[in-house]
Design a protein around this ligand. Structure first.
Ligand SMILES: Cc1cc2nc3c(=O)[nH]c(=O)nc-3n(C[C@H](O)[C@H](O)[C@H](O)COP(=O)(O)OP(=O)(O)OC[C@H]3O[C@@H](n4cnc5c(N)ncnc54)[C@H](O)[C@@H]3O)c2cc1C
Length: 338
């Protein structure tokens, strides 16, 4: 366990926002977490668990202990008749893990290629993209409790996955340090191509039976065309969740604007495209201070250069107010605002 003081977090968050961690521990094993829990001065201090910093908005310096998760390692645990079981340390880069799994001949995660961040944070918000969510490929995870120091293995039922949601955002928030995640990749592999942009790729290329690698390449190309690369322009991906509304609410919103983009869900509710709502309020390309709305995708807020967290929050609030004023919908931020 390494302890560092006065650490700049600017390189550790993809928005590139300035903040300093008073104390930072690099966690490379379950035993490291227990050392923190048993520490005479730091054991009881408030803590923040940091992965790749791609889903956070830092608005101030961090007096709490920052636990930077750097548990590494990846392996094929088991090949069963009906699935491959893969495992990765929580500090592994998510995209590298997806590409590694494909190189091992274990397909199933290709739709989730190029999502930034770490393997350990993926269950926290049940990452999802292009018709697939982490919960569709989840087997179990290992976590260490920050109060008791106890290691546990958790299955999906305890994790309570939902749309960009899990128990790690509720009763286990800031309490459980995820150290390893296992994935169940079903055999035989079946492509997931229901998402509109992937259907379009099949149509445009004429490749009707794409390989897992082909799908990963398509996903990567689609993402690169529409999302800003955090290495070039600071951002945290989609800033707001797509709102889920009742049929009555959906009718009310369609009454306000018949063009509103909405998708029927299996449970009878409707999902609205938050980016469309923001665009309809005229925000695309606009800025407040040094924080702005990305020109190519209104759902993404960006750092136009040396922005501070307060500017991002001011912009986000202004967007929330105008969407509420026009559509009566309260947009909920996806990243954690600290
Ligand atoms: C350009 C871009 C595109 C994106 N696209 C998508 C997308 O398509 N789909 C999607 O779902 N998300 C997307 N995201 C959001 C982000 O990539 C994911 O939420 C990712 O899982 C965050 O990982 P991280 O390691 O950076 O987490 P961080 O930002 O470091 O942390 C996020 C939260 O998880 C907690 N946490 C982190 N690690 C652990 C751990 N080991 N144990 C317990 N808690 C932990 C933190 O305390 C915090 O609350 C995108 C982000 C960017 C910048």
């Amino acid at each position: 366990m390494q302890l560092e003081s006065g650490v700049s977090l600017k390189p550790y968050n993809t928005f590139g926002l300035p903040a300093v961690a008073q104390t930072l521990f690099r966690i490379t094993s379950d035993a490291d977490v227990r050392r923190v829990v048993d520490h005479p001065t730091h054991g009881l201090a408030p803590k923040f668990i940091l992965g790749g910093g791609s889903n956070i908005v830092l608005t101030r310096d961090m007096p709490q202990l920052v636990l930077k998760i750097e548990v590494m390692g990846r392996r094929i645990v088991e090949e069963r008749a009906d699935a491959w079981i893969l495992e990765a340390g929580a500090g592994e880069n998510w995209h590298d893990f997806v590409m590694w799994s494909l190189a091992q001949g274990c397909p199933g995660l290709e739709n989730l290629a190029l999502i930034p961040g770490t393997v350990g944070a993926a269950p926290v918000q049940n990452i999802g993209a292009y018709g697939l969510e982490l919960q569709d490929r989840f087997e179990s995870l290992d976590a260490v409790d920050l109060v008791t120091g106890r290691s546990v293995t958790l299955r999906a039922a305890i994790c309570a996955f939902g749309y960009r949601d899990s128990e790690f955002k509720h009763s286990l928030a800031g309490r459980s340090v995820i150290t390893r995640v296992r994935f169940r990749l079903p055999k035989p592999w079946r492509p997931v191509l229901g998402y509109l942009e992937l259907e379009r790729k099949v149509h445009d290329t004429g490749i009707t039976a794409p390989s897992p690698q082909q799908i990963a390449d398509w996903v990567i190309a689609i993402r690169r065309a529409k999302l800003p690369d955090p290495a070039q322009i600071g951002n945290a991906g989609s800033f707001f969740k797509n709102p889920i509304v009742t049929p009555d609410q959906c009718r009310d919103i369609i009454g306000r604007d018949p063009h509103v983009v909405h998708y029927p869900m299996a449970d009878g509710t409707f999902k609205l495209a938050a980016g469309w709502l923001i665009d309809a309020c005229g925000w695309k390309g606009k800025s407040i201070g040094r924080a702005g709305v990305y020109e190519r995708q209104a759902l993404v807020l960006v750092n136009r250069g040396d922005a501070i967290g307060a500017e991002v929050v001011t912009l986000a609030k202004a967007i929330q107010e105008s969407v509420y004023g026009r559509f009566g919908i309260r947009l909920e931020p996806e990243p954690v605002v600290l």
